[in-house]
Design a protein around this ligand. Structure first.
Ligand code: CMX
Ligand code: CO
Length: 140
């Protein structure tokens, strides 16, 4: 069901500072910068690698307001890994299958993610404390 790790989502206070850090320490390149009002984030995708099943990225996330998923996370836990995003072929089918196994879905239906992808979150409390995102990419 899971094709690859699409991205690791990292919460930060200052997006520009963190982009510079990842560029200078790891030599990564920003391939997309977006504001996603629905998700409450200003974000950047930095390309890590290409594989048979698609590319993988680091997703840097800065909250638009304190009262957002990432804003609350930062207040509670500080900067660090916020979620893991896995690539799937058919996100609607994957959500059905995962829900049938008793895992709570944060999103019953896919939403809009970075670079035109369809995304949906699974509840961290049902995945051993890991906020998990499914990604059906539109970039192939
Ligand atoms: N990883 C692990 N656990 C998390 C978490 C995370 N990222 N975020 C929240 N939690 C835990 C909290 O620690 C808390 O646990 P305790 O009750 O033991 O303290 C519990 O989940 C509830 O947390 P909360 O702060 O009260 O937050 P909410 O219940 O309001 O929201 C969640 C939690 C997962 C439903 C919400 O963060 C959400 O909808 N996330 C999905 C959307 C999102 O993260 N968007 C930003 C990224 C967008 C993108 O990737 O494109
Ligand atoms: Co993500």
């Amino acid at each position: 069901m899971l094709l690859r790790i699409d991205h690791v989502g990292i919460a930060c206070h200052n997006l520009n500072e963190k982009i510079e850090f990842y560029e200078s320490v790891f030599g990564l390149t920003v391939v997309s910068r977006e504001i996603n009002e629905e998700q409450g984030v200003r974000e950047a995708m930095l390309h890590v690698a290409d594989g048979d099943q698609g590319a993988s990225y680091v997703q840097l996330l800065e909250p638009l307001h304190p009262d957002t998923a990432v804003g609350k996370f930062l207040a509670k836990r500080g900067e660090g890994v916020h979620h893991v995003g896995y690539g799937v072929t058919d996100i609607t089918k994957a959500l059905e299958e995962i829900s049938a196994k008793g895992v709570r879905l944060v999103d019953e239906r896919p939403r809009h993610g970075s670079m035109g992808a369809s995304i949906a979150f699974l509840h961290p409390k049902d995945i051993g404390g890991v906020l998990t995102e499914l990604v059906e990419t539109s970039r192939r």
